[in-house]
Design a protein around this ligand. Structure first.
Ligand code: SF4
Ligand code: SF4
Length: 131
């Protein structure tokens, strides 16, 4: 296996990934196939920007190749994943939905740093109050 995500793409199925303004601008700037903002983003019921799905998967997933078409410019949340922040438990967790989650963030220090970055990202971008 060349990389941890090869031939997977599970987290890109029925994605609920939230996008920041920076994510949207970066994707637009590096637009592929002349894709416009309305083609990949919508406002969800919480008034947050969210990635669109098409045929059950993220608009940017090359389904047959199981590859992200905008890997270099993918949203920040996709970069943190499978690390997520559980608000009710007030802690970072490796999402059980990722079948290879035991292969990420194996070093304690890297997990700690990425968790701090994730919390800061959520606070700054989505004005979430995180202890
Ligand atoms: S992060 Fe996990 S679920 Fe997503 S593509 Fe990689 S291995 Fe699959
Ligand atoms: S942007 Fe890429 S990594 Fe993120 S959900 Fe879509 S296909 Fe997957």
């Amino acid at each position: 296996m060349r990389n941890k995500c090869e031939n997977c793409g599970k987290c890109c199925l029925e994605t609920e990934m939230i996008l920041s303004f920076e994510d949207i601008e970066l994707i637009k700037k590096n637009s592929i196939d002349n894709i416009g903002e309305g083609d990949f983003v919508f406002k969800n019921e919480n008034e947050q920007f969210q990635l669109k799905n098409i045929d059950g998967h993220c608009v940017f997933l090359n389904y047959s190749a199981k590859k992200c078409k905008i890997y270099e410019f993918r949203p920040q949340g996709c970069r943190f994943y499978p690390l997520i922040y559980d608000i009710s438990k007030k802690k970072c967790l490796l999402d059980d939905d990722c079948p290879r989650n035991d292969q990420f963030y194996n070093k304690k220090q890297s997990l700690k740093i990425t968790c701090s970055n994730l919390k800061r990202f959520l606070e700054q971008q989505f004005t979430l109050k995180i202890d």
